[in-house]
Design a protein around this ligand. Structure first.
Ligand SMILES: NC(=O)c1ccc[n+]([C@@H]2O[C@H](COP(=O)([O-])OP(=O)(O)OC[C@H]3O[C@@H](n4cnc5c(N)ncnc54)[C@H](OP(=O)(O)O)[C@@H]3O)[C@@H](O)[C@H]2O)c1
Length: 283
């Protein structure tokens, strides 16, 4: 929404809000899109919309996975976690992976993939309930409540062998604390900077920037849209892990398009756990 250089044109004033959407085809003029089929893609916050093959794809066969879990995971956040961690972060078995916003949609999947790859996984989240969920249900090794604990000390205690991969969803002070503990040749996939999205003043750079030089770090931003042609690989892997119970996903669904504006604010206050979505229609 911000009028700044970014990876997509900003949403124009008074234009419908853009978003990942999932719905049922009511009327079709295209042979590949049967009426009644479930499709998903890039659309707008709306009751009805006109899709094209460029913007909407059939959801495909989901097997035992519920449509809502398939959409919540496969549309954006699952491939973001998959490619960001595996392609950019390149974790190896035995390494220490730290992830912020760890009980969120992307972060909760990142941590579980890192466990599948044999890493020690440390997550930061903003409530005790979120910390309990990622540790007890998702199998993270350590969960740090960054709102109640001293982050530098808690991270140092949780990462006695340093950090090899820091999957950054938030930027800011958590990035700074992680930079300080990075190991030689460590990797930082920069996925998101949510702590600064609503900043009205310039955001200070990390104080521990020198660690990038000293420890020969690779800090690399990525946008999931760049991996569009490799989505089937991510969906196949995630689908298998979900079916095997190795990746668990949580969704938080709010009913009513009229609640979308208030709901999106939950991402910034931390009031959501897992993938936050609006249900426009019951069916
Ligand atoms: N690069 C890409 O292609 C791509 C694609 C999708 C998403 N993203 C980015 O990935 C990140 C996670 O997105 P998501 O959709 O999975 O959202 P999410 O993690 O489900 O929700 C955002 C979470 O961020 C945490 N948060 C908010 N403000 C914070 C702050 N100041 N400091 C620390 N944590 C804060 C909150 O959890 P707590 O309770 O833990 O604070 C909140 O629940 C976002 O930065 C998003 O922009 C990037």
């Amino acid at each position: 929404m911000s009028d700044m250089d970014q990876y997509m044109p900003p949403v124009d004033l008074n234009a419908p809000m853009r978003g990942a959407v999932c719905g049922t085809v009511l009327k079709s003029n295209h042979p590949d899109y049967a009426e009644g089929a479930v499709v998903s893609g890039l659309g707008t916050w709306a009751d009805y919309q006109i899709g094209t093959p460029e913007t909407m794809n059939p959801m495909g066969e989901l097997g035992s996975i519920a449509t809502v879990d398939g959409f919540s995971t496969f549309a954006i956040v699952g491939p973001t976690a998959y490619f960001g961690l595996l392609d950019v972060g390149e974790p190896k078995a035995g390494e220490t992976v730290v992830v912020s916003a760890a009980a969120g949609a992307v972060g909760s999947i990142v941590g579980q993939i890192a466990k599948i790859k044999g890493c020690r996984v440390v997550g930061l989240a903003g409530t005790a309930e979120k910390c309990t969920w990622i540790k007890d249900d998702l199998g993270f090794d350590v969960a740090i409540n960054y709102r109640t604990e001293e982050v530098p000390q808690a991270l140092a205690a949780a990462c006695p062998d340093g950090i090899d991969v820091y999957f950054d969803n938030v930027g800011g002070v958590i990035l700074d604390a992680c930079l300080k503990l990075m190991n030689l040749k460590g990797r930082i996939p920069t996925c998101g900077l949510i702590s600064g999205y609503n900043a009205t003043e310039p955001v200070p750079g990390p104080y521990n920037y020198a660690m990038i030089l000293m420890q020969r770090l690779r800090v690399e931003g990525f946008i999931v849209l760049d991996y569009g042609d490799r989505y089937p690989e991510a969906i196949a892997a995630l689908g298998q892990w979900m079916a095997e119970g190795k990746v668990k996903v949580r969704t938080e669904i709010v009913d009513g398009l009229e609640n979308a504006l208030q709901t999106v604010k939950k991402l910034y206050t931390g009031a959501n756990t897992g993938k936050l979505m609006i249900r426009v229609h019951e069916d």
